[in-house]
Write a protein that binds this ligand. Structure first.
Ligand SMILES: NC(=O)c1ccc[n+]([C@@H]2O[C@H](COP(=O)([O-])OP(=O)(O)OC[C@H]3O[C@@H](n4cnc5c(N)ncnc54)[C@H](OP(=O)(O)O)[C@@H]3O)[C@@H](O)[C@H]2O)c1
Length: 272
């Protein structure tokens, strides 16, 4: 589906370069078919020499030569970027944006009538080929466009399709979520150190415990509550630990965190 198609990634920051590297290392696209652009010459040098990616400083020219355009600039740089590339985007191309809070309506407003736009929310575990990406249709994009977009992001993890109105919730959960998980892993490993474990070993145990538990959930045949019950024997160690988590209102805290991040995503989308 993607073989031989030229891809332009506009914005070679963290996410833009992760996506390019994922596509190339999984052999979904060959390196010669992807060009990453960036405004910063030092960044271009780094992307080219350290990551081996084809780079350019010319957005419009790169977009002209591509069939698929991935917009990976910060939301505040999006309007200016769209203005610059719009003359080079015709209906034969598909435009995919990963910018938080930027709606398909906003993107379509800058592009020629009928251009197919897809909005995507990836997350940073894409760097370890374990990303979670949600994909939403724009006004003109088709089922085939969604299939193609999912094939791109399946290269760096799993993908789901959602209605665009759910994108703020996705941002609050899986977009920001890695940060919540890192805090939990850090806290668990600090706790291990406090209980006498060497620092490195403690971090390894905490992170692998998170990874393994997530894998069990993704196997899909048991609810997390059942998996929790499997670890919790009567009057045992886990029951004692869980009581403390409940006293600390861990569930309510995590729910409030996702709620706050979702709200902030909505605010950013409305320019606040
Ligand atoms: N990081 C995440 O966890 C995450 C998750 C989901 C979605 N996203 C979205 O992904 C997008 C990129 O995020 P990021 O974390 O990768 O940001 P980033 O590291 O700042 O990358 C953006 C890059 O684009 C460059 N740039 C700015 N304007 C440009 C232009 N007109 N043409 C070409 N390049 C331009 C920036 O250069 P300068 O720094 O010199 O401006 C920077 O190198 C954002 O819209 C964000 O909302 C990020």
């Amino acid at each position: 589906m993607l073989k031989g198609k030229k891809i332009a990634i506009i914005g070679g920051g963290k996410m833009g370069s992760i996506i390019a590297q994922g596509l190339i290392s999984r052999k979904i696209i060959s390196a010669k078919d992807i060009t990453v652009t960036d405004v910063d010459a030092d960044r271009r040098k780094f992307i080219s020499s350290e990551m081996g990616l084809q780079v350019s400083g010319a957005n419009k020219e790169t977009v002209k030569n591509a069939a698929i355009i991935i917009l990976a600039v910060k939301p505040q740089n999006m309007a200016q970027t769209l203005q610059e590339i719009a003359p080079a985007v015709n209906k034969s191309k598909i435009v995919i944006s990963i910018a938080a809070g930027i709606t398909t309506g906003f993107l379509e407003g800058y592009l020629a009538k009928g251009v197919r736009v897809v909005r995507v929310m990836p997350n940073t575990p894409a760097l370890a080929s374990a990303g979670a990406t949600a994909v939403a249709k724009g006004t003109n994009s088709t089922a085939a466009d969604i299939k193609l977009t999912r094939a791109i992001f399946d290269a760096v993890g799993i993908t789901v399709e959602v209605e665009e109105k759910l994108m703020d919730a996705v941002t609050g959960l899986s977009g920001s979520g890695p940060a919540y998980c890192f805090v939990i892993i850090e806290a668990l490993s600090d706790a291990g150190v406090q209980m006498g474990l060497p620092r490195e070993l403690s971090l390894q145990l905490a992170a692998q415990t998170m990874l393994g538990s997530a894998k069990l959930c993704l196997q899909g045949n048991k609810h997390p509550a059942q998996l929790k019950d499997m670890v919790t024997s009567p009057a045992g160690t886990t029951a004692a630990g869980l009581k403390v988590l409940e006293e600390g209102k861990i569930r309510a805290t995590l729910i409030s965190a996702v709620e706050a991040a979702t709200k902030r995503s909505r605010e950013l989308a409305s320019g606040k």
